[in-house]
Ligand binder design. Structure first.
Ligand code: ADP
Ligand code: MG
Length: 298
């Protein structure tokens, strides 16, 4: 069995990146987001107080417009709060500069989007390599790690394929491999199954379950109860506020009523669990940040 070590980066990185001080991976204090559209100010998030511990698997639910994406964009350091504090791994990132935030994104956060956001006309392998390129990881290590990551999500045989040669579920698995590239502690996914059929959705949620079991903190936005059912905690939003926050006993795929071939298998790290035959066990945790030339692959 091949395993991956932590990526070796050539560039020295600041202390706020390397510190792993807090059991509370995420802490939001009186967090407010106001969208100023000129004539109109829209309250995206009203006043959020929320803690997510290292190793949790959380679903964020709520109707359209309730603030889920606003929250995820702030958690993912893609956007900044208007007021309040966001402590990520013990460091308040709310007041950080765009450059500092992009470094944090690259090292601490993997983001998975509903529309995959792969770079078209670029192989699965190169897509997965991209965050490592930004992190100044050497070429040979980059490629080796990208291949192992693709194996890890069950796509070892598809490394040279272009996004348009892959199914939706496979594209999303490439995106997850890319999100894992720099082994960040936090994986965020905004409606990751929104463009997928039921069987592919189950495969993706099983993959997230496995990553969670291997230690990654996973936060998934969904409006489907069947998807939230895979997680250990369900937080519900309405009108920019948390209206419910409850632990959940995760169901396996069989109980979720999804009916994929591999339903019900939740063995830790087992190859069948990623829903593909050429998956491999072991390796890194974590994810990528958004690349500079992101475009939709579908
Ligand atoms: P959800 O993801 O739950 O559907 P959003 O977080 O996208 O909800 O939106 C929450 C609120 O913020 C909505 O009222 C939405 O119209 C508003 N909003 C989101 N993004 C913007 C933006 N860029 N400019 C102005 N208003 C926005
Ligand atoms: Mg949304």
């Amino acid at each position: 069995m091949r395993t991956l070590s932590l990526p070796r980066f050539k560039k020295k990185i600041p202390g706020y990146i390397t510190e792993n001080v807090s059991e509370e991976l995420i802490r939001l204090e009186d967090l407010v987001k106001i969208y100023d559209t000129g004539a109109l100010k829209v309250l995206g998030l009203k006043r959020i107080n929320l803690t997510i511990h290292r190793g949790e698997f959380v679903a964020i639910m709520g109707q359209s417009g309730s603030g889920k994406s606003t929250l995820m964009n702030i958690l993912g350091c893609l956007d900044r709060p208007s007021m309040g504090h966001y402590y990520l791994d013990g460091v308040d990132v709310a007041g950080m500069s765009p450059d500092e935030l992009s470094l944090i994104r690259n090292r601490k956060i993997g983001f998975v989007f509903q529309s995959f956001n792969l770079i078209s006309r670029t192989s699965a392998l190169r897509n997965v390599e991209l965050p490592m390129t930004y992190a100044k990881c050497g070429r040979r290590e980059r490629e080796e790690r990208a291949r192992l990551l693709l194996e890890r999500v069950g796509l070892g045989q598809r490394a040279e394929h272009m996004p348009n040669e892959l199914s939706g579920g496979q594209r999303q698995r490439v995106a997850i491999a890319r999100a894992l590239a720099n082994e960040p502690p936090l994986l965020l996914a905004d409606e990751p199954t929104g463009n997928l059929d039921t069987a592919a959705s189950v495969e993706i949620m099983e993959l997230f379950s496995r990553l969670h079991q291997e230690g990654t903190t996973v936060v998934v936005v969904t409006h489907e109860e069947e998807i939230a059912a895979f997680t250990n905690r369900i937080i519900r939003f309405r009108d920019g506020l948390v209206v419910s926050d409850k632990p959940n006993v995760p169901v396996n795929a069989g109980n979720a009523g999804a009916g994929a071939d591999n339903a019900g298998k939740h063995a830790r790290g087992g190859p069948e669990n990623a829903g593909a035959s050429d998956d491999t066990d072991g390796g890194p945790k974590g994810g990528t940040s958004r690349g500079r030339r992101i475009c939709h692959a579908d």
